[in-house]
Design a protein around this ligand. Structure first.
Ligand code: ADP
Length: 461
């Protein structure tokens, strides 16, 4: 094993996460290389790297960042030691991780075999079952007909959920409340999965009503040491997409928190997990928790964990990929007890969306961009500055506002203060909606479940 230090790291991504990774590299004394599409020529992130190169000249805006051959070719030409994939794009593509390795470039993340294994939600559920971690009642193999789906629903009762085995980003999922809806849901989930993932395997499980989404951050090194960095509550979702995340989860008892974190470790250890990963659970109204999937990458909401633990997750990823162990002075997590979370942190995703148009992504030129920083506020931005063009090609995230404080109430106050100070003109944003959620008494108690936003339409006013 041993340590092999990186001199140059290429980030195969754009926007805020590219900047986040460049910053981590610069703090570690590593040179950074950006790649950017035609559409991103004027984007902020490319100016934050030491070098930047145009890719996908004749490709579409998204395809440019998915072009494995070209990205590896540039990396080799520029003498890059390692590639960080960020999240989205190629982050969970086992073929990319494999091709990096074959080219002699370190992929900052777990092995391609691990990405492949965890990319299949059915296989992951089987791993959880094997080590005695509870999973949602369901059928752990692809269902081959709507009849099979009906048999299961008759047995366990409606509602049920159909999910794509290869799913991600909420795609290929259908909730079915009654038998009449099953046929249509089965075929539409299958075709959506085929289109999005090139794999139409669908499985079925019981649909939990109003659960909480609780996930646990883990870090594993090449020597086999694994720790958890406690949980995040990501229940505030719109159409199964996270909007606000916080830590610690207010509604967990200390015993429940410990049980969930230990179950996350069981799964990470069972697969001998390396690098940063997230083990996701749903917690039902009775406090039972069930594993749903493990994500082998950095998550958008990693900031809240960093704010309460003081551990830089992106630097840890890079150090682990260089061969440093968790107990090395560089990473400095010699034991589970060394992870000591303090206080509370909340992350709000400010997006360019038009509240008057059902929150459709909004685009255009930003004429004014003024942010609200100050004590207890961390801003992870990527696309926002006066004069920036917000294009329709990429996700609508403008800036992540993370507030941290000694109490949850203070973290909420700071979030509201910062979001109110944020002045954006030229494109519409969801700031009014975020403030409505932050001011809601259910949010104040940390009690929102995954159905909260859908069940409270007044939040959109
Ligand atoms: P993806 O990988 O597409 O994001 P996940 O399996 O992580 O999908 O689930 C995303 C969200 O969908 C969860 O946080 C939860 O809100 C909802 N969900 C998934 N499975 C269930 C279920 N069995 N019952 C209730 N809600 C579910």
């Amino acid at each position: 094993m041993g340590v092999k230090k990186f001199k140059r790291v290429l980030v195969a991504n754009r926007g805020e996460i590219a900047i986040r990774i460049f910053r981590a590299c610069h703090e570690l004394g590593i040179r950074t290389v950006a790649i950017y599409s035609n559409e991103d020529q004027c984007s902020l992130f490319r100016t934050k790297a030491d070098e930047s190169y145009l890719i996908g000249k004749n490709k579409g805006p998204v395809e440019a960042y998915l072009n494995i051959e070209e990205i590896i070719k540039i990396a080799l030409k520029k003498g890059v030691d390692a590639i960080h994939p960020g999240y989205g794009f190629l982050a969970e593509n086992p073929d990319f991780a494999k091709k990096c390795k074959e080219a002699g470039i370190v992929f900052i993340g777990p092995s391609h075999e691990m990405i492949e294994a965890l990319g299949d939600k059915i296989q992951s559920k089987l791993v959880a079952k094997k080590v005695g971690v509870p999973t949602i009642p369901g059928i752990e193999k692809p269902i081959t007909s709507d009849e099979k789906a009906k048999e299961f629903a008759d047995y366990c009762g409606y509602p049920v959920i159909l999910k794509a085995a290869a799913g991600g980003g909420g795609r290929g999922m259908r909730i079915v409340y009654k038998e009449e809806e099953l046929l249509e849901a089965y075929y539409s989930a299958k075709s959506e999965a085929q289109k999005a993932f090139g794999n139409d395997d669908i499985f079925i499980e019981k649909y939990l009503e109003k659960p909480k989404h609780i996930e646990v951050q883990v870090l594993g090194d090449e020597a086999g040491n694994i720790v958890h960095l406690y949980e995040r509550d990501c229940s505030l979702q719109r159409r199964h997409q996270k909007v606000i995340e916080f830590t610690p989860a207010l509604t967990l008892t200390p015993e429940k928190r410990e049980a969930i974190c230990q179950d996350a470790l069981k799964i990470a250890k069972a697969v001998n997990y390396k690098n940063a990963g997230t083990v996701e659970f749903l917690v039902d109204a009775y406090g039972n928790h069930y594993f749903i999937e493990m994500n082998p990458r950095i998550q958008v909401e990693h900031t809240v964990t960093e704010m309460v633990t003081g551990i830089d997750l992106v630097q840890s990823q890079i150090l682990i990929a260089q061969g440093y162990t968790l107990d090395s002075p560089e990473i400095n997590i010699p034991s589970q007890e060394a992870v000591e979370p303090r206080g509370y942190a909340i992350q709000c995703r400010v997006t360019c969306e038009d509240p008057a148009n059902q929150f459709a992504p909004d685009t255009g030129r930003i004429d004014i961009y003024r942010t609200g920083s100050g004590f207890g506020i961390r801003l992870d931005g990527g696309n926002g500055f006066t004069g920036a063009e917000v294009s329709p090609y990429y996700d609508s995230l403008l800036v992540k506002v993370t507030a941290s404080a000694r109490t949850f109430q203070d973290a909420i106050k700071k979030s509201i203060r910062s979001i109110r100070e944020l002045k954006v003109s030229g494109v519409k944003t969801n700031t009014g909606f975020l403030i409505n959620v932050l001011n809601h008494e259910t949010f104040l108690k940390g009690e929102c479940d995954t159905g909260f936003i859908a069940n409270n339409p007044e939040l959109f006013n």
